[in-house]
Design a protein around this ligand. Structure first.
Ligand SMILES: NC(=O)c1ccc[n+]([C@@H]2O[C@H](COP(=O)([O-])OP(=O)(O)OC[C@H]3O[C@@H](n4cnc5c(N)ncnc54)[C@H](OP(=O)(O)O)[C@@H]3O)[C@@H](O)[C@H]2O)c1
Length: 338
């Protein structure tokens, strides 16, 4: 029996999660919900996804636009075994009572506060803790990227302290109203940025400080990472460990990939849907050890790295697979790994 999955909020994250659900052998996408009849509503219909109105009073707008609806969001949530809420940050919190009324477990995204949920999730760190939970938050793109990097380092070497500077894109490509424009902002200007405490929702004991900046870029985030390890492997060993992880891509030396633009080109050339890069992209040459200090640069595709994590979180909550099985199945179906 396939798990019946609904996606509430069909935007940057929601449409990617919907596509990923639709190709899972153990899941069925029963519908997506939107508030407006725009081009993304048309896309849902073109893809054959039942489209539900997120706001009942707006049903007429869909009728006027000639876009056929399958019903209202309440009906969709009621029919689902689990709902993935991919609404803008803060709207997920407003939707919580809807999911409770229908007794439907819900996944939220990183724009929601950690205290909204029972468990914050990353497949590499918190898979088992999500079993049977009613409200689970898949952590943000940056926290996902950091958790994936820190998990193997903790397991293999132990982490004394992590210090990360996050150079964050000002907005996604379609977010025309976002900035900065021609500026570089310490953001937040106070320390630590929220990312370190957010990583602690996955690894509570981890000693981590983070600093954030925002730059006028849209393609990816870049992290400048320093991790003081509890032992002193050489750089080649760390390179091997990180290369073995299924959701990290070590950018080969000599590949000519010098930044986010080239990474996106690399993904487009390999026919990735929407040029998505689900993996952490770590520059192999940057991996360096100074005594017990590890240094590296990694790029994170903000629009897509959380998508496989949402798929794994569905199985984790419903108990339909263990972490290893789920990660392997998600990777296989989505084609993760360059
Ligand atoms: N984009 C990223 O880089 C990124 C990365 C990781 C995590 N996240 C998190 O993922 C969540 C979603 O972000 P996003 O970037 O996907 O936002 P987005 O592109 O703005 O998509 C959200 C969609 O939700 C729809 N929506 C708004 N209000 C709604 C409601 N009441 N019910 C149902 N749908 C509603 C909006 O479309 P309509 O109003 O047209 O229906 C919009 O297309 C946020 O928590 C965000 O922090 C985002």
């Amino acid at each position: 029996m396939s798990v019946q999955v609904a996606v509430n909020g069909y935007g940057t994250i929601g449409k990617r999660v919907a596509d990923a659900v639709a190709i899972q052998p153990d899941m069925e996408l029963i519908g997506v919900a939107k508030t407006r009849p725009n081009h993304e509503a048309e896309l849902a219909v073109e893809n054959g996804y039942p489209l539900y109105a997120a706001i009942e009073e707006r049903v007429e707008l869909f009728d006027d636009a000639g876009i056929e609806l399958a019903g209202t969001v309440e009906e969709m949530v009621d029919a689902a075994d689990i709902v993935v809420d991919a609404c803008p940050g803060g709207i997920g919190a407003e939707n919580k009572s809807l999911y409770e009324e229908h007794d439907t477990p819900a996944l939220y995204q990183g724009g929601e506060d950690a205290d909204l949920v029972d468990v914050s999730f990353n497949a590499r760190g918190k898979f088992d803790a999500a079993a049977g939970a009613d409200h689970v938050r898949v952590v943000s793109c940056n926290t996902t990227g950091l958790s994936r990097l820190l998990a193997p380092l903790r397991e293999e070497y132990g982490v004394e302290k992590a210090r990360v500077t996050l150079v964050r894109r000002g907005g996604d490509p379609a977010q025309t109203g976002r900035g900065p424009i021609n500026d570089i902002l310490p953001n937040p200007v106070s320390l630590p940025s929220h990312h370190g405490p957010d990583v602690n929702t996955i690894f509570p004991e981890l000693n981590i400080d983070t600093l954030g900046l925002k730059v006028p870029a849209t393609l990816m985030h870049t992290h400048s990472v320093n991790v003081t390890l509890e032992s002193s492997p050489d750089a080649a060993e760390v390179r091997e460990l990180l290369g073995e992880q299924s959701r990290t891509f070590l950018i080969p030396e000599g590949s000519g990939i010098d930044g986010a633009g080239a990474l996106k080109e690399f993904a487009m050339d390999r026919d990735r849907p929407r040029a998505d890069i689900w993996e952490n992209c770590i520059w192999s040459e940057s991996i360096s050890m100074e005594d017990t200090d590890l240094y590296l640069f990694q790029a994170i595709h903000q629009e897509s790295d959380v998508v496989p994590e949402n798929i794994d979180a569905i199985r984790a909550v419903l108990g339909t697979a263990d972490a290893t099985e789920s990660i392997e199945l998600t990777n296989d179906t989505m084609g993760i790994g360059f």
